[in-house]
Design a protein around this ligand. Sequence first.
Ligand code: SF4
Length: 453
Amino acid sequence: MGNAYFITTLGCPKNQADTREMHESLDRTGFVSAVSPDEADFHIINSCAFIQSAREETIATVLDAAKIKRSHKKQKLVLAGCFSQRYEKEVSAELPEVDLSFGTGQYGQAGEIIAGKFGRPAPSPQPSRLSSLESGISISGFSKSSASISAGRSYAPVKISEGCSRSCSFCAIPLFRGDFRQIDEKRILQECEHLSENGVREICLVSQDTNSYGSSPESLLDLMEKISEIEDVRWIRPLYLYPDAKTKKIVEGIASRKLEKVVPYLESPVQHVSDRMLRAMNRAGSFEKFRDLFETARDLIADLEIRTSLLIGFPGESSRDIDEILRFIEVVRPEKLALFQYSPEEGTSGYTLSGRIDDSEAAERINLIRSEHLKILREIQALRTGREYSCMIDDIDASTGEITARRAQDAPEADEVVFLSDAPGVKIGDIIPVQITGFFEYDMHGMPVREAV
Ligand code: SF4
C-alpha cells in the first residue's frame, strides 16, 4: 500500500482548520501529501452535515470520489468529520464506497487511525511530494473559491474552541460537535506562530461559538492581544460572535485596548429579529439590542463593516416577521447579509414544531429580503467608489498576471474581493492601499495608490 493522501474539504472555515489538524497527524505518521485525488492512495473527505444541502453535497462528493477510486483499484476512500459523526450507521450501511470513517473528535489522530486500519506507511524516499501544507487539500462546499488553506497563503483559519453548549432550536451542530470545549491558549498561539512563519498574514479565529471563549470577554481580548504580538501577523479576524452583551463588551474592549491588528469587521449572526421568532428559535436578543450592538460597533471602530445572517422560514414565521426584518436591514444596513432557508433537522427541538412554512414561500421571502438588501448594497458600493482601503494580496495569477486583493472589511472566502490589473512587485500577504474604481455585482476592481507597506 502506498502512502500518499489527498484531503477534500467541504463546509465551513472550521472544517478547514480541522483539515489542517488531519494534515499534521498524517505527516507525523509518515504519510505524504499528493497533488490531486488521482495520485492518492488515500482520498480523505472532510465532510459537512450542517443542513440538507450540505448533506447532499457530501453524498455527491463521495459518489464522485468513488468514480476516481474505481480507476485506482488500491485507493482507499476515507470519510471524516461531521457527516460521519452524525450518520455513523448510515455511512456503513448505505455508502459501501467508504472504506473507513471517523468523526469530529478524531482529527488529530487521523494518521494513526488510517495506519491502524491499513498498516503503517512505508518510510518515504523523499519527505513529501510537496511541502505538506501546499498540497493534499482542496476546499469546496460553502466556500466561494477553491483556494487551499496552505502555508504561503495570506490567511488561515485557527480554531479556538470546539462544539457549542447553546441550544438554538433549529441547530443540530451541538448534536454532532458536542458541548463547548475550549482549546488551550498556548496551543492556539503556537499554531498562529507556525502559520506566520509559513507566510500567513491574517489569522481568522473560528469556532462554533467564539464569544464563549474563556471565562469572560477579557479572555478573547487577551488572546487577540497576544496574537497581535506576533510580528508577522498583520490582521486578526474573530468570526462568529453570538449577538449578545458579551460581544458588545468584546467590541468595546477592541476599541479601548486599541487592538489595531483586529480588523474593522463584525460577524455576528442574528438569525432573526422578531421577538416571537427569536424566542421560538431559543435565541437571545431583540431588534433593539441588535441595533444597539451594531451601532456601538460602528461608533467605536472606524470604517467597520457588518456581516450577519438570517434564517428564513422557521415554523410559525409570518409576513409581519418578514416586515420586521426588512425594517431592520433598512436601519442597520449590514454590508454583508447571508440568508439561509430553514431546514428541519432531526433531533433538534424545532423539528417537532407545527406551522412549517412551505419551501416555495420561504424561498419567496428570501428573494424579497435579498432584493431589498441589494438596493442598500448598491448605495453602500457607490460610497466606496473612489475611496482608499488597505488591501491584502491574496492571489497572483501567474498566467494572466491578475491580482486578487481583499479589504480588511472582507473575510476570506466569504466576502468580496478586489481585482487589481496592475500592482508591480507585490507578493502574497502584502498589504497595500488601493483605491476602489468600480464594481462587478459584488466584487470590486481597484488601483494601487502607493507601494506595499
Ligand atoms: S450558537 Fe446556536 S446556531 Fe450556533 S452552533 Fe450553537 S446551537 Fe448552533
